[in-house]
Design a protein around this ligand. Structure first.
Ligand code: ATP
Ligand code: MG
Length: 583
């Protein structure tokens, strides 16, 4: 099982550590390389970088990369740069730049003054490209894209040299300068490295370095008519920033020879080491920015920050604490093999963190009215309740109790099955923090026959959490005083997709065919205890027996809105117990 193995990497399952700060990090192959480089004196300190392309919002996969790169810099007293890899003006926007910075900060990391843009290096990159031309290692190619594809060959068939490969240095320089000056149409020419069309590695078959693109760039405006390609830009940017360890995901493993080739040809200040690790794939979700953009633009979700999205913005809005996301990233560790991580592990990290800090409240999602017949009509008692049984310092709050209360409709059964410990006709149940009540009568709507009210009696001896002698009540249910009930909207979420592994899509279908039609359930008429009245957007708490919840940014005084972050049911903890007991 993928998850159990990953859990073990941390080496301390079940110790209940919610945040990893202050704990010695578990070693991994990247730390091993860094340790060796520091010991051998290859580097005095380390410089890493997180290089997002500003063409979408960050997702939980990026969080893994952020925690890794910034985490290494933190643990080794190094620095981590934030570099926007903004070489494709067609897809990039300032909105994304800003959201990316906000998300990294929210996750708890800081690039200090080390903020860079690949576009800052456009002039240097251009000069280096002329260097390559002068060395006879780059040429201007006039093949069309289709021709280039045909010349490239396949994994089994070597490519063919471009007919333009042997242009003179002078001609190449002249054409390249005129490309820059905007003299040629998009697609009519490009600059290519001159490496080896017969290389078994297709990335080495004279890859494109520059293409003509007459699109305005969000930072350089209309200054450039040509833009450098990713593989060329990335390694040169790393070198210019004196990055020591350039950590990227596995799909770049085959690009490493090209990364090294460029740096070997150019007189750059250093030659960083590229190290690949497995990207994070999370069950029940997609992680490519292209697909996430499709979900947003197609209206399948309500935006990049929809609480069902695997984006950092979505998770923040849903209420996932950054501490829990960091913990999750530490627990999954870094490996060299791709795998799919169980969604339950993320939920486990969230629960474990929130269990310790979240104040408990009583909220009834599907209210059923209960009248306590023998309770004095106008009486209101203020009951003292602890805010968090897990935290002795969390203090207490008062909750009003009165003759009419709401309970959860689901906590009542007219025909109770065996082992039913909640309310049923003639049965007694404990109201959390308050009295025992016994159901005496069921009142129905005459027309619809729906149960609209329960008539109950209470035991005055049972208040304040005390148990009257000789009686034991098994069930405890939550409730809200009707006279003080605070109406609110509650949004419950399920997985966005119905398929755990979205790389296993059936033939003829797309990932959109697996969208879960029930991924959101809006409860417009929940009622909450009065203490939730001034909860601000972003506030997280526990609704007893219902899960952890967070106030949505749309919430207002006249309409309180809560998102469920996660239920209380902890399948991961159960799994873990099973594993420990070897069952
Ligand atoms: P996507 O495939 O989602 O569009 P990307 O790789 O194109 O992502 P970038 O903006 O280039 O997105 O990513 C920035 C950094 O985050 C890169 O170093 C990339 O390797 C890393 N990264 C992206 N996705 C993941 C993931 N799922 N797991 C770990 N790291 C990731
Ligand atoms: Mg990328």
């Amino acid at each position: 099982m993928a998850n159990s193995k990953m859990f073990d990497q941390r080496g301390e399952p079940g110790t209940g550590v919610g945040s990893t700060e202050g704990i010695k990090p578990i070693s991994n192959f990247i730390r091993f390389i860094i340790d060796r480089d520091l010991e051998s004196g290859k580097h005095k300190s380390i410089v890493t970088r997180f290089p997002p392309e500003p063409n979408g919002y960050l997702h939980i996969g990026h969080a893994k990369s952020i925690c890794l790169n910034f985490g290494l810099a933190r643990d080794y007293d190094g620095v981590c740069h934030l570099r926007f890899d903004d070489t494709n003006p067609a897809k990039e926007e300032v909105e994304y730049v800003e959201s990316i910075m906000a998300d990294i900060r929210w996750l708890g990391f800081d690039w200090k003054d080390k903020l860079f843009y690949a576009s800052d290096y456009f002039e240097r990159l251009y000069e280096y490209a002329e260097d390559l031309i002068r060395q006879g290692k780059a040429f201007v190619c006039d093949l069309s894209q289709d021709e280039m594809r045909a010349y490239r060959g396949t994994l089994t068939v070597p490519g063919k040299d471009s007919p333009w490969r042997d242009r003179s240095v002078e001609e190449n320089l002249d054409l390249f300068r005129r490309m820059r000056a905007g003299e040629f149409e998009e697609g009519s020419r490009c600059l290519r490295a001159r490496i080896d069309m017969a290389s078994p590695n297709i990335n080495m078959r004279d890859p494109v370095i520059y293409r003509i693109k007459k699109t305005e760039h969000h930072r350089t405006g209309d200054q450039w008519q040509i833009y450098p390609m990713y593989d060329y830009t990335h390694c040169v940017s790393d070198a210019l920033e004196m990055i020591t360890h350039s950590i990227c995901t596995l799909e770049f493993e085959d690009h490493r020879p090209l990364y090294d080739w460029f740096l070997d040809q150019l007189s750059v200040p250093c030659h960083p080491q590229q190290i690949e690790f497995a990207r994070l794939n999370l069950a029940y979700t997609v992680m490519s920015k292209r697909r996430l953009l499709e979900l947003v633009e197609g209206g399948y979700v309500r935006g990049w920050d929809d609480p069902r999205m695997p984006t950092i913005a979505g998770m923040r809005r849903r209420g996932f604490p950054p501490e829990a996301i960091r913990d999750f990233c530490d627990r999954i560790g870094v490996a060299k093999a791709d795998s799919l991580v169980d969604y339950e592990l993320l939920q486990f990290c969230v629960r474990e963190y929130l269990n310790k800090i979240a104040t408990r409240y009583m909220v009834v999602l599907d209210p059923l009215r209960v009248v306590i017949e023998n309770y004095p009509d106008e009486c209101v008692e203020n009951i003292t309740a602890d805010n968090n049984p897990e935290d002795a310092n969390a203090g207490t709050r008062t909750i009003p109790f009165g003759k009419v209360i709401y309970i959860e409709r689901d906590d009542f059964r007219e025909a109770a099955p065996s082992k039913w410990f909640r309310l049923a006709p003639g049965m007694e149940v404990r109201l959390k923090h308050a009295y025992y009540i016994t159901c005496k009568e069921v009142v129905r709507d005459p027309a619809s026959r729906k149960i609209v009210e329960l008539r109950c009696t209470y035991d005055p001896e049972s208040g304040g959490g005390s148990t009257p002698e000789g009686r034991k009540v098994k069930g405890t249910i939550h409730w809200v005083s009707a006279a003080h009930a605070l109406p609110m909207e509650v949004r419950l979420y399920d997985q966005l997709f119905t398929l755990p592994d979205l790389s296993e899509i059936e033939a003829g279908k797309t990932y959109l065919d697996y969208l879960n039609p029930d991924s959101i359930k809006v409860i417009p008429n929940a009622v909450a205890e009065i203490n939730l009245g001034n909860a601000k957007p972003g506030t997280r708490c526990q609704f007893m027996r219902q899960g952890y919840f967070c106030v949505d940014p749309e919430s207002a005084e006249d309409k309180i809105v809560f998102n469920r972050i996660v239920t209380l049911k902890d399948t991961w903890a159960k799994l873990e117990k099973k594993m420990e007991s070897g069952k």
